[in-house]
Design a binder for this molecule. Structure first.
Ligand code: SF4
Ligand code: SF4
Length: 252
């Protein structure tokens, strides 16, 4: 049931420095969960100014970008310095809430960092095709490096990356970024460093592919259009040149 409430964020939940995309997803998921539960106000217990570090990310601002690019009502943000009058009492209640799960009238929802539910994906799927729709994290393929091996598509546990067929209007790698949890498996599996999981990313462009048969081994391949091997060899034959030693066919 949706309820209007206030989510209190301590300073270390407002300005975050995620070590990875997965870290960011873990940090922002409680906001998504609270939003889906009806919370529309955030009380940020820190000054509004950014910390010195360039890698610091304002979590409520990013969350509001995700909402705003989907034309959804944004969270109302109120920044309060921890040393502001009365705040010591609020912080003390906040800490008690974590310890005793009481005082729920004041803290209608409390941010936690251990909520594994796919709340972020549920939220991000809304209007995910809108121009400029923002995602907390998303994988981006560099077509100039990609060889079309499909390894990232196969390993992704959330089917974020897919390949379209000619019947669907052409061969493309497409990204459904809403479900990406930033696990980084796609990055790890790519031998060509052609895919990067980025933070604060709009919808990645589809990557147009070209399908053809390797001149040497005959295997059907589908690298990105702009990365077609000039000599008509697949990625493996181009690298190993084994076809010359084994068959002596189609040389030159
Ligand atoms: S991004 Fe890497 S793993 Fe994915 S298809 Fe391209 S080369 Fe293969
Ligand atoms: S493997 Fe899938 S879920 Fe994991 S970071 Fe890559 S695209 Fe996202």
């Amino acid at each position: 049931m949706l309820r209007d409430g206030v989510l209190i964020l301590p300073a270390d939940h407002v300005w975050v420095q995620p070590a990875s995309a997965a870290d960011l997803v873990e940090q922002i998921t409680p906001l998504a969960q609270a939003y889906l539960d009806g919370t529309r106000r955030l009380l940020c217990l820190d000054p509004a100014e950014a910390p010195d570090s360039q890698s610091a990310l304002n979590l409520p601002a990013l969350f509001n970008d995700i909402l705003q690019t989907r034309d959804l009502p944004q969270m109302a943000l109120r920044h309060i310095a921890p040393d502001a009058p009365g705040m010591r009492r609020v912080i003390s209640w906040y800490q008690e809430e974590h310890e005793t799960a009481k005082r729920r009238n004041l803290l209608r929802k409390v941010a936690t960092i251990d909520n594994p539910e796919p709340a972020l994906a549920t939220l991000q799927i809304i209007e995910c095709d809108a121009p400029g729709a923002m995602f907390a994290v998303a994988p981006v393929i560099d077509p100039s490096r990609c060889v079309g091996c499909d390894a990232c598509l196969r390993i992704c546990p959330d089917e974020v990356l897919t390949q379209t067929t000619p019947e669907q209007g052409g061969l493309f790698y497409e990204t459904s970024a809403a479900a990406c949890d930033g696990c980084g498996l796609c990055e790890d599996v790519c031998d060509h460093r052609a895919i990067t999981v980025r933070i604060r990313q709009t919808t990645p462009e589809p990557v147009a592919l070209s399908e053809w048969a390797c001149k040497a081994c005959g295997v059907s391949v589908h690298p990105p259009l702009q990365n077609r091997n000039e000599d008509g060899l697949c990625n493996i034959c181009a690298r190993t040149q084994h076809h010359k030693k084994l068959f002596q066919v189609l040389d030159g």
